[in-house]
Each structure stands twice: as C-alpha cells, then as structure tokens.
Design a protein around this ligand. Structure first.
Ligand SMILES: [Zn+2]
Length: 396
C-alpha cells in the first residue's frame, strides 16, 4: 500500500499551486489587491488573503484570467513563399504541412496570453483541438466550426443537413456567411429563410451560431433567426444594433483582421479579392467601425472580444485591445472584460472560464504594467497558465 501522499501525487490530486498577486483583475470588472490564488487539480480552489508559501510570486505584475478570442482561423498561415495559405478543406498543401502550421499558430496564440480560442474554422482544427485537450500539444483550449456554411450551401433543407453534418463531425459551433466580404461591399447574401433554417437547426442540436455580417440586412436576419453572435458589423445602423440588444445577440467587431491585411499586404495581394479595391475597402472600413462600436456601446449591445486572426495575426491577438481602446475609445476595463467573462458567456462557458474565482479553470496570465493606464501593456504577457499548467514564465 502506497503512503497517501504518494498516491495523491500519482493522481495529481495533491498538486497544490499557490500564486501571490499584487494586482488582480477578476475578469468581471473588479480589481483586487494582494490576493493569494490556490490551485488544485487545474482549478482555482480559493482566492483571498493568504500566508502559504507561493509557488509563483506574481506581485508587481497585473494578473488576469487567460484571454479568450472568439474568432480566429488557426489554420491560416503564410507558406514558404510568404503567401497566404488557408489550410482549408480545398487546400492543395500537404496535410502534414498544414497541421504543423496550425499547431504552431496554436502555440503562438497561447504564448500571447490567449488560453481559449474559437476557430471558424477548418477540418484540421479537430485534431489540433483534441491533441491539445489530451496534453499532447501546447495550445489554447480550442472550439471550432470545422468549416462554414453560406448561401451556396443550398436551400433550407440543405442548410439543415449541413448543420447536422458538422454536428456529426464534432463541431462545437456553426459558422455562417450572411453577407459578402467587406472587400466586395459587404451586402447580404444568405436569405432570411436560409439563416432561419441554419440557426434554428443548430439551436435544436445544441450548437451556437456565429454569423459573418457587414450589412445591416444580414445582421438583422441573423438576430431574428436566433443566431448567437454577429461578426464584423462594419455597416450596422442604430436600428440593427437595437435589435441585437433586444435579442441578446453578441456583437464581435474585428479590428485586427483589417489592420493585419493592410500591414501584410504583399502576402495577400493578387489572391482572389485581395486586390487594390479590396484593400481600399478595408482601409475605409476602419473609421466607420470605430463609430459603429461606439454606437453599440451606447445602445448597450453585448460586445465580445474576437479578432478574426488570420495569417500573420496569430500571437498578436492582443493588438485588438489596443485598437478598441486607442481608436474606438472604449473603456479599457470593458474591453478586457469582453475577452474574459463576456467572451466565456458567449461560448456557453461562463461558469468554467474567464473569471478568477473558486471552481473556475486555472487559466491565468500576468502582464507587465497596468493596462488601465497604458493599454499597450497587453503586449507584455510574461506568465501563462492553462488548467493549472504553466506554459510561459519569463517574469523576473
Ligand atoms: Zn473569420
């Protein structure tokens, strides 16, 4: 018979981790001072004043729940020629190459302070998600749509079948395209009937629905169809924002994706609609999106954190905080909370992640500086823990 402590050590149950913190944001908008966080079995057991010997002393840093990005494309990367490769179902790249890039993107994302992402999404995400869950790969917790449905999927019945297919293949969420890309004007593409069929079927199967929509028509149809979240929204007017609030639909404006395309223009230029007119549309969408976001806040729409991280953006997801605070003039604490408890709630994980409190997953990060005073502090992530395991610790 093994002594009890050895038995507990073998099962991992006895592994207690103690973090000393000076400044802690709880993920719901509260700032706490001089708290000790006790972690057991990958979960937070207690938060409060304490005198245990710390495993990690994070005083002098700002400690937050690990960030959540509700819109990424983990498989998108630049290939050996520095050109866009999406790694999707129709990709001609060798599967093993796509897998390695996707795993690399997952690692970069985690190192950047993001402990959960929703990838919207490619088939390869499933293996990456499952290997991360088994501890075989380092990466954030991954939820994925595995692919997308759009107006070309077919009629209402075809869309319902499409949703069922994704459910069977293990998707965590359904991604829909209700409008064109902003590079093609952003007009509505899926009909109200198509959206109602897709979001209705998803709801029946217990899946959330995330809808790409720039034009007001697409977003309104999504809200009426009971879809979960609207992405982008660069053309949303007051009436549409009010409808999103009434129906409890999350709004996820994505600034990083536009900046990322513009910052990495040579890597995309000449592919599909990444042409001069397309880049001009993206440049011109930035200022109106600031206004839409301010209007959404005024109208109390639930705004959630997502970046639409594509090739070139993985690991830089936190830049979205800077765009929303510096350019769209949103209050820093609101934006930080949108990547913690609000994002968790939008994913249906509001009682598991995104908050530092007993019973929640021990997903914790620490950054140098105070993001309430200087939002660029989000670039200085020096400590990352997910499920109680440390993946980065360069704090001095
Ligand atoms: Zn996207």
């Amino acid at each position: 018979m093994l002594p009890l402590f050895l038995l507990l050590a073998a099962t991992g149950a006895a592994q207690t981790i103690v973090l000393n913190t000076g400044t802690l944001y709880d993920g719901k908008g509260k700032v706490l001072k001089n708290q000790q966080i006790v972690i057991e079995g990958g979960k937070i057991r207690s938060v409060g004043p304490g005198k245990l010997a710390p495993t990690y002393d994070l005083r002098g840093l700002t400690v937050l729940p690990g960030w959540i990005d509700t819109h990424v494309h983990l498989s998108w990367h630049f290939d050996a020629n520095n050109r866009l490769e999406t790694g999707g179902a129709t990709s001609k790249e060798k599967p093993e190459t796509t897998v390695l890039y996707t795993a690399g993107n997952a690692w970069s994302t985690l190192q950047g302070g993001f402990t959960t992402v929703q990838s919207l999404g490619a088939p390869v995400d499933a293996d990456v998600r499952d290997l991360i869950n088994r501890g075989a790969l380092p990466g954030p917790r991954v939820l994925t749509s595995l692919g997308q449905l759009n107006e070309r999927t077919g009629d209402a019945e075809a869309l319902r079948k499409g949703v069922q297919g994704y459910k069977e293949r293990g998707a965590d969420v359904i991604k829909l395209f209700a409008t064109k890309s902003i590079r093609d004007g952003g007009g509505q593409t899926m009909t109200d009937e198509q959206l109602a069929a897709a979001c209705g079927e998803a709801k029946k199967l217990g899946l959330r629905t995330v809808v790409h929509a720039h034009a007001a028509g697409g977003a309104q149809a999504a809200a009426k169809a009971g879809c979960t979240a609207v992405e982008h929204g660069s053309l949303l007017d007051s009436a549409t924002l009010d409808l999103l609030r009434e129906r409890g639909v999350y709004f996820d404006p994505n600034f990083l994706v536009l900046h990322n395309y513009l910052d990495n223009k040579p890597n995309f230029a000449g592919i599909g609609n990444y042409n001069e007119a397309g880049f001009k549309s993206m440049q011109e969408a930035l200022e109106p999106l600031n206004a839409v976001v301010q209007n959404a806040r005024k109208r109390k729409v639930k705004m959630v954190f997502g970046t639409d991280a594509v090739a070139g953006a993985h690991g830089r997801n936190a830049e979205e905080f800077i765009y929303r605070v510096r350019d769209a003039k949103l209050p820093a604490m609101e934006v930080l909370t949108s990547a913690n408890s609000v994002a968790a709630e939008s994913l249906g994980l509001g009682d598991q992640i995104g908050t530092i409190a007993p019973g929640f997953a021990a997903d914790l990060i620490a950054i140098e500086g105070d993001p309430l005073k200087d939002i660029t502090a989000v670039r200085r992530v020096v400590f990352v823990m997910k499920d109680g395991k440390v993946y980065k610790n360069v704090a001095r």
